[in-house]
Design a protein around this ligand. Sequence first.
Ligand SMILES: [Zn+2]
Length: 164
Amino acid sequence: MELIGQAQLDLPAQTLATSAVWWAVPQELRDRLQQAGHNPIEGIIGVRNLMLSALPAIAMCDRRDISGQVDSSNLGQPAIFVYDRYPGGVGYAQRGYQLMDHWLSMCRRIVATCPCESGCPSCVGLANLRPPLHQDPDLGAGYAVPDKAATMLLLDLLEKHREG
Ligand SMILES: [Zn+2]
């Protein structure tokens, strides 16, 4: 438990040219989350996490074959990106895009049937793919669990938005 030194890391940015599916969360939906007393980004992160949990069952891949980001720098507004973790992509994100309605309804089912009250790693939380993070306190605290109610509201709003 002794600090033996600190130094700036100088690692180059990594680039992965792959394929992804993404959707920008419209301002109108973010406003509705805000008006309901939620932090919109919590709902967005919750939906991203659910999409990552549900896609392996749709695309027949392993959870570690895909990853996801919430990012505003590409589209000028918050957007969810789900991508294949292989150069060039291998079709998992594309499969999700083709089956978007099914994908989103799986997300709704996962969160609606979870018996937790305000969110847990089985629904809106992100599955931890590196179990040592849970066992070694020096490796960090894992991922925060976003607001379940905000996530459910965003999924409902999204469904109505897509229908309308
Ligand atoms: Zn839960």
